[in-house]
Unconditional design. Structure first.
Length: 174
């Protein structure tokens, strides 16, 4: 009889031991979770956008009558130098649903890979679902003569309109 009570007592003790450990495990897990949440609070997940103003080299870096796509990946823009030497900065954000259009030098067009919209060298849409021309951003130059793009100033493409005509201020003559 005594043996039965002893083994029952052992079972109860080991059960109590298990519950105590479970309780401590829960408390420790809670504390670790809280600590991680606190650390995450001080280091939030922030989307670091490229700055609104940035330089894109000097005028002499650009050939007449050419589209420069060097800043496509970093800023989603192209800088175009027209035959007369003037510049403009075209946004590569497709006016359909916002994919990034590519410059196709062999065809002389901007082409959106998502749904096939096409834009001529001036950014005017002529095929696909894009409802209007590509936007432009303000292009200026620093006192040191560097070209500077200001993406906070947008010249919105308007259906059927040439941005050269409606936004002469989008053209930079140096
Ligand atoms: S997002 Fe460019 S064609 Fe649809």
């Amino acid at each position: 009889m005594k043996g039965i009570f002893e083994s029952l007592e052992e079972i109860l003790l080991s059960r109590r031991d298990f519950l105590v450990k479970l309780g401590w495990g829960g408390i420790i897990s809670f504390l670790i979770g809280s600590a991680i949440a606190t650390v995450k609070f001080f280091f939030p997940r922030v989307l670091f956008e490229s700055p609104a103003r940035f330089t894109v080299g000097k005028p002499e870096d650009y050939s007449f009558g050419k589209v420069n796509a060097s800043y496509k990946d970093s800023h989603r823009i192209c800088v175009v130098r027209k035959e007369d030497g003037s510049f403009f900065c075209v946004s590569l954000i497709c006016t359909h649903l916002g994919c990034t259009a590519n410059w196709k030098p062999s065809e002389g067009i901007f082409h959106c890979p998502c749904h096939g919209s096409k834009f001529d060298r001036m950014g005017i849409n002529f095929a696909g679902p894009a409802p209007r021309p590509l936007d432009r951003f303000k292009l200026d130059h620093t006192p040191e003569g560097e070209l500077i793009v200001d993406k906070s100033v947008i010249y919105k493409g308007i259906f059927g309109m040439n941005s050269d005509v409606i936004y002469p201020q989008s053209l930079l003559k140096v």
